[in-house]
Design a protein around this ligand. Structure first.
Ligand SMILES: *Cc1c(COP(=O)(O)O)cnc(C)c1O
Length: 387
């Protein structure tokens, strides 16, 4: 049996939505996307939402909207996808890494506080694997620096909540990804939500070359209107051709979460008695159950991925610690031991298949592969390490 790492839920019905967009004169951003943005405002309870063509481009648009310039600093966790740090470096700012909590793998407010300097302009907490960073706690340690904007990386956390609050409720903005393996996907895409109207106005420009009006709006109100450009921007808008795939998923996302919860619970019970480490689940929160990860001895991690692959199971790594990749290591001269929790977790973590349409048989196949093939490898590794 082959179990892919991820399988999306889109069906032939979604082709109808694409066919409808094909009948409109402009295939790019228009009424379909605007309707999705309204839906996102409703879902997250925010004043504004903007669709973008990726999390990455949305984050760059946000940093441009804040007028972040070379020399400025953006604090990010060491345990995340490289994009979280890359967006700061892309515009010439410095990504400043902080280590994460050993139990939850989430950014620690005390370490953020210690990393703040006069050049700090933004912080990008990551709701890793689907659990929310405590944004209120982060705001508390930054109480004397209201100029620092919190930009939530909510790529894993569309459905997540903490103390009844969703991403984007109290920060500068939250950014989602609709990349191919995310809980809501249109292949490539993303969205920003915010309650900050001044930021929203600037984002409308930085999302579109810094222009004062979008391509479609130029032809409205009878005659052609010239646009102006007041700030540097990029091309980050999502075309209606992709936006049309989102409404059906937003409608069903809450109904699909119990399926993810269920699969998660089955994995947790199946692995309760084997020597692997799992992240701690936070109380008072709704976990978006984006990724099911476990930590195996770093010495055998790559072999574990290989063996799972040979048994027909798609496994990935989310993620090796960002400061350990060549670009950051060479640029900043990082040595091992600077971000011990992220380095250790990143060296041993693997992610197992998890998606709502996964069948009982498929999940049992994954569990059997772990228990019969991986556990003996772990036991051998642990025995030789303790000798
Ligand atoms: C997927 C992901 C991103 C990047 O999203 P894109 O839409 O591919 O740009 C950023 N951060 C995290 C944590 C992610 O998982």
């Amino acid at each position: 049996m082959n179990v892919p790492f991820y399988r999306h839920d889109l069906t032939a019905n979604d082709a109808t939505a694409v066919a409808q967009v094909l009948q409109s004169p402009f295939l790019t951003s228009g009424n379909v996307g605007r309707a999705v943005e309204d839906r996102l405002c409703e879902y997250f309870g925010t004043k504004h939402a903007l669709l973008v063509n990726s999390w990455t481009n949305g984050a760059v648009a946000a940093l441009l909207a804040l007028d972040i310039v070379p020399g400025d600093e953006v604090i990010v966790p060491a345990q995340t996808f490289i994009a979280t740090a890359n967006v700061a470096e892309l515009i010439g700012a410095k990504a400043v890494f902080v280590d994460v909590d050993p139990a939850t793998l989430l950014m620690r407010p005390d370490l953020v506080r210690a990393a703040v300097t006069p050049r700090t302009r933004a912080i990008i907490p990551v709701h890793l694997y689907g659990q929310m960073v405590d944004i209120a706690a982060l705001q508390e340690v930054l109480a004397d620096r209201p100029d620092i904007m919190i930009i939530e990386d909510a790529a894993h956390c569309f459905e997540g909540e903490l103390n009844g609050e969703k991403p984007g409720t109290r920060s500068g903005c939250a950014i989602f990804s609709f990349y191919a393996t995310k809980n809501v996907t249109c292949g490539e895409g993303g969205a920003l939500v915010t309650n900050d109207t001044a930021l929203y106005e600037r984002l409308l420009q930085t999302r579109m070359h810094g222009m004062s009006a979008g391509a479609i709006d130029r032809f409205k109100l009878g005659g052609y209107r010239h646009w102006d450009m007041q700030r540097m921007g990029m091309k980050a808008n999502l075309p209606d051709l992709l936006a049309c795939l989102l409404p059906s998923q937003i409608d069903t996302i809450d109904a699909r979460l119990p399926q993810r919860d269920d699969l998660f619970g089955v994995y947790e019970r199946a692995f309760a008695d084997i020597p692997v480490r799992l992240p701690t689940t936070i109380g008072n929160s709704r976990h978006a159950r984006h990724l099911f990860v476990m930590h195996v001895p770093p010495a055998i991690r790559d072999e574990v991925i290989q063996v799972m692959g040979e048994n027909g199971v798609g496994v990935t790594v989310n993620y090796r610690a960002v400061p350990t990749v060549t670009y950051y290591r060479e640029k900043y001269g990082y040595t091992s031991g600077l971000y011990p929790v992220s380095e250790e977790w990143g060296a041993g973590t693997i992610s197992l298949p998890l998606f709502p349409s996964m069948t009982r048989d498929e999940q049992q196949h994954v569990i059997d592969a772990v228990r019969s093939k991986i556990v003996p490898m772990i036991e051998t590794s642990l025995a030789s390490a303790s000798r």
